[in-house]
Design a protein around this ligand. Structure first.
Ligand SMILES: Nc1ncnc2c1ncn2[C@@H]1O[C@H](COP(=O)(O)OP(=O)(O)OP(=O)(O)O)[C@@H](O)[C@H]1O
Ligand SMILES: Nc1ncnc2c1ncn2[C@@H]1O[C@H](COP(=O)(O)OP(=O)(O)OP(=O)(O)O)[C@@H](O)[C@H]1O
Lengths: 217, 217
């Protein structure tokens, strides 16, 4: 059974800790801050007050037996880098580390971090795209120029079927699912009639999505 | 032409500022910290050192003419709430506010914030799901029990066509796109042969995705 450790119980680390625990995973939660550790005593399998830059502490905690450690220390870049370095030297198979900026990421890559994440930066991009395009409720990059977007159907599309609108032929986009009230219709049929309050999940090249959205939404 | 303002140039606010500017939007960047403001002088249309909790400053900055203001102040919950309140009282049409925790969100909703976002918390959930399921590279919630996931194809699926695998019939999931090297094949044909290094974009009910992933990945 896979074991995890989360070092740093801020908003990001704390959320990972909660979500892994909610999915039944065994999590060791570690932080310098006593209040934060107490908050996680009821959530994680184990919650310990410790300084992750102390190698002896990491060894004592049996961190060596853990399959995947997440380092979610924020402002203290030094502590984040030192912790990541020691974890790899202790032989931890996989570490995911939160990076503060590009310089931080470069160093983490050089010292062997398996995954480097930029939660605020990436959510900022996503929200920027949602903001630019009012009708786009969510936007996820598939590649540099393709995305998955959630679009409110609106009055132009309400009452029409997918084959009427022929979105794929006209815009090269694919409506892969429709969210209607609390349901999700995956791979809707061509005969599906769109309702004004529907949310369409659309995949396509960014410029095609943009064109689709300008004309039909 | 739509105008935006971003208050708070941390990792999240800074990223929104960059992304909006990159998309050609006019952005007013505001922060208390001189170094941060200087960093954004070359990025945003305007970058100003100011305390957003000072109503006179907000008025002077002409913030009243701005369509959408993003409040990305982090640790100082008081400043975030006060800023949001004043922006709504000044008649700003839409404000998006970053929340530190659920209590912060409750207050923001009561004072009229149009959108409240939890970037670290939501990315934490996403990454937790990626971690639990090694083969899932990315995971986005469509609803409580439906998701869009990116799955590495692997050797079990390599060399088979979509119709061979008949994923929809067996698992109720839909392969809506295939990422191959730098390309994205949207709505792949049933005759498409999967390559081992492909990344499949799959939509379906969570339990079906889970079953698909256990059997075929
Ligand atoms: N050496 C360390 N050992 C253990 N925990 C640490 C160490 N250094 C920092 N932390 C903890 O890491 C947590 C996250 O750090 P911090 O709050 O600086 O980052 P953040 O990026 O603002 O967090 P988030 O954005 O996830 O809320 C804090 O709770 C802090 O106590
Ligand atoms: N009253 C204020 N007026 C203008 N800027 C402010 C004010 N209060 C805080 N800020 C700025 O907001 C920015 C973000 O705040 P902070 O770093 O506390 O949040 P954070 O949540 O850790 O940020 P992020 O996670 O986005 O990196 C900082 O650059 C800070 O200078």
């Amino acid at each position: 059974k896979k074991e995890f450790a989360v070092i740093g119980l801020g908003r990001f680390g704390g959320s990972i800790c909660r979500e892994l625990s909610k999915e039944g995973m065994e999590v060791l939660a570690i932080d310098l801050d006593e209040d934060k550790v107490n908050e996680y005593k009821e959530i994680a399998a184990h919650a310990v007050i410790a300084d992750s830059t102390d190698e002896n502490v990491l060894k004592e905690l049996g961190v060596r037996n853990i399959d995947h450690v997440i380092v979610a220390i924020g402002d203290n870049i030094q502590a984040s880098i030192l912790t990541a370095l020691m974890l790899k030297e202790l032989g931890i198979k996989t570490i995911t580390v939160k990076a503060q900026n590009d310089y931080h990421e470069k160093v983490l890559n050089k010292i062997g971090a398996d995954h480097v994440v930029h939660p605020e930066r990436d959510m900022g991009k996503r929200i920027a795209h949602n903001i630019i395009s009012n009708n786009i409720l969510d936007y996820i990059e598939l590649s540099d120029d393709h995305s998955v977007v959630e679009v409110k159907a609106g009055s132009k599309m309400g009452g029409k079927t997918l084959v009427d609108l022929d979105i794929r032929a006209h815009y090269g986009c694919n409506v892969v699912a429709i969210k209607r009230d609390r349901d999700v219709i995956v791979s809707p049929l061509a005969t599906e009639e769109i309702e004004q309050s529907d949310v369409l999940i659309v995949i396509g090249a960014d410029k095609d999505i943009s064109r689709f959205e300008k004309n039909l939404v």
